[in-house]
Each structure stands twice: as C-alpha cells, then as structure tokens.
Design a binder for this molecule. Structure first.
Ligand SMILES: [Zn+2]
Length: 131
C-alpha cells in the first residue's frame, strides 16, 4: 500500500498513528515501540485498514491516533470498527481460524500461530461465533 512503517516512542496510551500531510507522497504509520510485537502487528494492520478505506489521495491530509485499547475496544465509531475488522481479517483469516479451531487448537496456540495477542484472538473467535 506504499506506506512507511516506523517504530517510535509514543505516549503510553497511544498504540499507533497514521499520518499523511498533503505534501507527502505516502502515508506513514508509527507504531509504539514499547508495545509487544504482536500488538504492533495488529496496530499496523488497523492503520492499513484506515488507509485502505480512505485511500491515499494525492494532496489529502490523513491523521489517525489510535489508543492502546484498540484490540478489545467495542467502539461505536464506524471507521474504528471497520479498521479493526480489516485488521482481524488480514491477520486472522476466517477460514484458517475455523479450520484450526475445528482441530481443537487452544486459543493461546491460535494466538501464537496468527501472531496476535490473546485479546485480539478472543475478539476474533467471538465475532466468528466460535466462543
Ligand atoms: Zn483507528
């Protein structure tokens, strides 16, 4: 998608940012370097969701600040809900989750396989009607 992805020192309650100034050719995603790597992956996928929904339009400004409770948030902001669903689909494809779940794999094993946090996996299982 052409975005730059950087790890940075961010405020404790911020998990990630998506920034694109009108003069920028590409958007930049900043990930909180203090977050666990699995959380950073989800945050990156979430920001890509914002980018894919809005598109990267030359001359347009984009700015999103996402807070630490991203994965478990049941937010009502449709754009945030959409970005979370995008991230879940990207990192935990439904067919793969269903196949492993049907084999009796534990939630903690699935979280490791998909490289996501236990919280993100739990939300995904719930949304797929598996738990
Ligand atoms: Zn967001």
């Amino acid at each position: 998608m052409g975005a730059n992805v950087l790890r940075a020192t961010l405020d404790d309650d911020v998990s990630g940012l998506l920034v694109k100034e009108p003069s920028d050719e590409a958007a930049t995603i900043y990930l909180n370097s203090d977050d666990h790597e699995r959380r950073q992956r989800f945050t990156c996928a979430h920001e890509l969701g914002h980018l894919s929904r809005r598109g990267s339009i030359p001359g347009e400004r984009l700015g999103y600040v996402d807070s630490r409770d991203l994965e478990s948030r049941t937010g009502k902001n449709p754009e945030e809900v959409w970005a979370n669903q995008f991230a879940a689909e990207l990192l935990m494809p439904a067919a793969a989750v269903r196949a492993l779940w049907a084999q009796g794999e534990s939630p903690s094993k699935l979280a490791r396989v998909f490289g996501v946090s236990p919280a993100a996996l739990e939300v995904r299982l719930s949304n797929l009607g598996l738990s």
